[in-house]
Design a protein. Structure first.
Length: 93
């Protein structure tokens, strides 16, 4: 399963058995993206699909020198558990 980036709709997504899993984001400014929602259909949960779309979003952020606001609880949890992405977290003012 390949994760795709729909820049127009600010979404990283993949299709599994005809159903979409995704991470939605907003750009706060040119340097900061807010990942505010991650969704996986109930019948596809616990298969690592949420991690796949979040990793794609975080890799995009890193490649584009963006900081990340993980306002989605899953994204925040993922960054906490995967310290290699901690440097992307936007520091509070």
């Amino acid at each position: 399963m390949e994760v795709k980036h729909d820049k127009e709709n600010h979404k990283f997504f993949l299709i599994n058995d005809g159903k979409e899993s995704y991470a939605l984001y907003r750009m706060h400014n040119k340097e900061t993206m807010n990942i505010f929602r991650v969704y996986v259909p109930p019948e596809h949960r616990h298969r690592g699909l949420a991690a796949k779309v979040v990793i794609a979003a975080l890799k995009y952020a890193k490649e584009n020198n963006l900081k990340v606001i993980p306002s989605c609880s899953y994204t925040d949890y993922f960054i906490e558990r995967n310290k290699e992405y901690e440097e992307l977290r936007k520091s509070p003012l």
